[in-house]
Design a protein around this ligand. Structure first.
Ligand code: PEP
Length: 247
């Protein structure tokens, strides 16, 4: 199964920029692109544009956040049912910016995983420790709490992926070392083997300052099945260079 390279544009790009990005992205490098599973998590305002460009391609796409109800009086939220209806294939759940800035709790991530699966979207669950938690040796406790909080009951019988994103490496330029990535991915892999043995197609992605110059080394680490890329996914050239580095 192919290595996943997923883009998280965060709160960047409007529909015009999204359009020129997808035009350029799809206009070359077909052989290279076909070696990978590429995904785009775009701002809500770009979802329709993503569908217009990606619906007849193998490229997946979806929102950076969903609500756990499909409809109702929930001002400002993204309905997972509407996401499916407009063609989304995936949904990001529990990104550290959702957890830390918007105070999303483990209970919320579980409900969002359920909502994604109920609507036939493949969720990518983000987990990861802060620098304070790492410094006091709590990395594995945090990962365990976040995994067991979100991956339970019938969630684990459907396809999902997990992204290990140490908070201290996101958007900081400070990338985790291959040893740190190996240790965390090994922990997540073992936890999943014990608690979700049926999740055979699930991949564990690494995210945190992935760039073309560190992607090759990190992609070779055991149990790294893909990347979630923020800053370096905003330009077609650097996104493509990450694919080249992982070949
Ligand atoms: C992210 O947004 O999930 C991320 C990993 O960002 P960056 O690559 O910029 O660190």
């Amino acid at each position: 199964m192919s290595f996943i390279v997923a883009a998280n544009w965060k709160l960047n790009k409007g529909p015009k920029e999204a359009e020129s990005f997808f035009q350029e992205f799809l206009s070359g490098n077909e052989a290279l692109r076909s070696e990978f599973e590429t995904l785009f998590f775009v701002p809500a305002v770009d979802l329709v544009t993503a569908n217009a460009f990606l619906e007849d391609t193998p490229v997946g796409w979806g929102p950076q956040n969903i609500y756990f109800e499909d409809q109702g009086a929930f001002t400002g939220e993204n309905s997972p049912a509407v996401m499916k209806d407009i063609g989304a294939t995936h949904a990001l759940v529990g990104h550290s910016e959702r957890r830390h800035i918007f105070k999303e709790a483990d209970g919320d991530t579980f409900l969002k995983m359920k909502a994604a699966i109920r609507n036939d979207l493949i969720p990518v669950l983000c987990v990861g420790e802060t620098i304070e938690e790492r410094k006091v040796g709590h990395t594995f406790d945090v990962l365990k709490r976040q995994l067991s909080g979100a991956l339970k009951e019938d969630v684990t019988t459907s396809l999902f992926h997990v992204a290990y994103e140490p908070v201290w490496a996101i958007g900081t330029g400070e990338v985790a070392s291959p040893g740190q990535v190996a240790e965390a991915h090994d922990f997540i892999y073992s936890w999943m083997a014990e608690h979700c043995p049926q999740a055979k197609g699930s991949k564990i992605l690494y995210g945190g300052s992935v760039k073309p110059d560190n992607a090759g080394e990190l992609s070779a680490v055991d149990h790294v099945g893909g990347f979630l890329v923020g800053g370096a996914s905003l330009k077609v050239e650097s996104f493509i260079d990450i694919l080249k580095a992982c070949r």
